[in-house]
Ligand binder design. Structure first.
Ligand code: NAI
Length: 467
């Protein structure tokens, strides 16, 4: 006699334990839903914790200290000659990743989220298969993230032609590197290796780096990164990259057409964007609709074309950012528990963790002009801030854009020290539909970098004090 075992039943099964998935699972469990999270990696945390945001920030922080010691200590009266121990720097990074991924294991246990190891396949609405085991759930959440995109004919081998994953694991400091793509990954990882001694050339298809950011910030950032030693080839496209034992031979040509250029380097970093990752989920069979670029289509409740199957994070539309995925995870969990949730896509900050950092929220000047919105712009440089000067970090500015009639803040753009932290004040004020006047009349501690935000708000009304 064959005894058919009943599949274990959950309220919610989340597929993927990245920032979108694990946060969604925890919030579901907090709200009393019986929740499981399926993850095929041995460790939790997805791309962000394992091979993305967290290890890159460890290397950015360590390489920044190295550069400070090598080039800037002397300016402030410290004599030291640093020596790089790359192996140890990598060990530190791995330790940070390990601690973070274990932290999520702990959070799963604490919140009683069932962890299922393996690759999930959706058999039909309400049914998920992992290996030989089948599980049932009222709701299935797809949070499988994204994978690196590449260019036709260029193969990523993670040795000589690397993605961000390989760029976090290089065994020695390359002499030369070409970064294809002047976006967030290209600039962050290019910065790490430039600081450690690599000659870095960024090849960008468009005329300026950091597409989508405010024009002035794009211009200023390219100027500052160039001053730091990164070489830029903008308006250029790479047409081929061939790896050999010695390195990589590249061919490129002007995006607008023109003569070919050749270059040979040790390492090529491919950073031309990412694409939704849905391999092996069986979405075609189940009938989940996707765009021709592989983005899962969802309604305003994150539900796909199949009832009971939801999707969040990098697999759906919107910026591929960990905090966007997290917020979607929370909102969806609350809706699944019968509550209501809300996310304002205009208020998702973006941060590039170079030095200086670059951060933005809301509309750019170019967008406002395009939409015909009348606005006032207030700009204040870090150079005029005592604290920034005392830190020896006075590059950059804060720019605030406010509606001409109502003074409501429509956008903010920062390039400068700790821009990623400073932007949050403006995000919060915007969340409460606040005005430039609100920031200008709020007491800011002296001496801090936050005073630059206040002065930019004052500048919106043409009354900054310190310039
Ligand atoms: P990206 O979209 O930020 O930048 C890609 C760049 O490559 C663009 O500037 C584009 O114009 C350029 N490009 C495209 N095709 C090209 C070609 N054939 N030749 C030369 N240049 C070309 O993508 P990136 O940097 O790969 O990052 C992927 C995703 O990961 C992004 O959505 C990003 O937001 C996210 N991410 C976010 C981070 C953060 O928030 N700090 C850190 C790392 C990644």
């Amino acid at each position: 006699m064959v005894i058919k075992q009943m599949a274990e039943k959950f309220d919610v099964i989340v597929i993927g334990a990245g920032p979108g998935g694990y946060v969604c699972a925890i919030r579901c469990a907090q709200l009393g839903l019986k929740t499981a999270c399926v993850e095929k990696r041995a460790t939790l945390g997805g791309t962000c914790l394992n091979v993305g945001c967290i290890p890159s920030k460890a290397l950015l922080s360590s390489s920044e200290k190295f550069e400070e010691a090598e080039h800037h200590f002397e300016d402030i009266g410290i004599e030291a000659k640093p020596k790089l121990n790359l192996g140890k720097m990598m060990q530190f990074k791995d330790g940070v990743v390990d601690a973070n991924t274990k932290g999520i294991e702990f959070l799963f246990k604490k919140n009683k989220v069932t962890r299922i190891e393996g690759a999930a396949e959706i058999v039909e609405a309400g049914k998920v298969k992992v290996g030989k085991d089948e599980y049932e759930a009222d709701s299935i959440v797809i949070a499988t993230g994204s994978d690196v995109a590449t260019l036709p004919g260029i193969e990523i081998d993670e040795e000589k032609i690397v993605s961000s994953t390989g760029a976090l694991e290089l065994k020695e400091v390359p002499k030369s590197m070409v970064v294809i793509g002047g976006g967030v990954i290209g600039l962050e990882m290019g910065t790490v290796w430039r600081r450690l001694g690599t000659e870095v050339t960024v090849v960008e298809y468009l005329d300026q780096i950091l597409p989508g950011m405010d024009g002035e910030v794009r211009k200023e950032s390219q100027k500052l990164f160039k001053k730091q030693g990164i070489d830029f080839k903008t308006g250029m496209k790479v047409t081929s990259a061939k790896a050999s034992k010695k390195g990589v031979d590249l061919t490129m040509e002007p995006a607008a057409g023109g003569d070919e250029e050749k270059m040979s380097v040790d390492i090529v970093l491919m950073a031309v964007g990412r694409k939704p990752y849905t391999d092996g989920l069986g979405l075609d069979k189940v009938g989940v609709e996707m765009t021709d670029r592989g983005v899962i289509e969802t309604d305003e409740f994150f539900e796909t074309s199949v009832e009971g199957i939801y999707a969040i994070g990098d697999v759906i539309k919107g910026p591929m950012l960990a905090h966007k995925a997290e917020d979607e995870g929370v909102v969806l969990a609350e809706m699944l528990a019968g509550q209501s949730g809300h996310i304002d896509y205009n208020l998702i900050p973006g941060v590039v963790y170079t030095w200086p950092e670059v951060a933005n929220v809301g509309k750019t000047e170019e967008q406002l002009k395009g939409e015909g919105v009348a606005y006032n712009a207030g700009k204040f440089p870090f150079m005029a801030n005592g604290r920034a000067r005392a830190m020896g970090m006075s590059d950059g500015f804060v720019k605030i854009l406010a509606d001409k009639k109502t003074d409501r803040i429509l956008g903010a753009h920062i390039i400068g020290p700790n821009a990623g932290d400073l932007i949050q004040e403006v995000v919060n004020v915007m969340e409460f539909e606040g005005t430039a006047e609100d920031i200008a009349r709020t007491c800011h501690a002296h001496p801090t970098l936050t005073e630059v935000v206040k002065e930019a708000a004052l500048a919106v009304h043409k009354r900054p004090i310190h310039i």
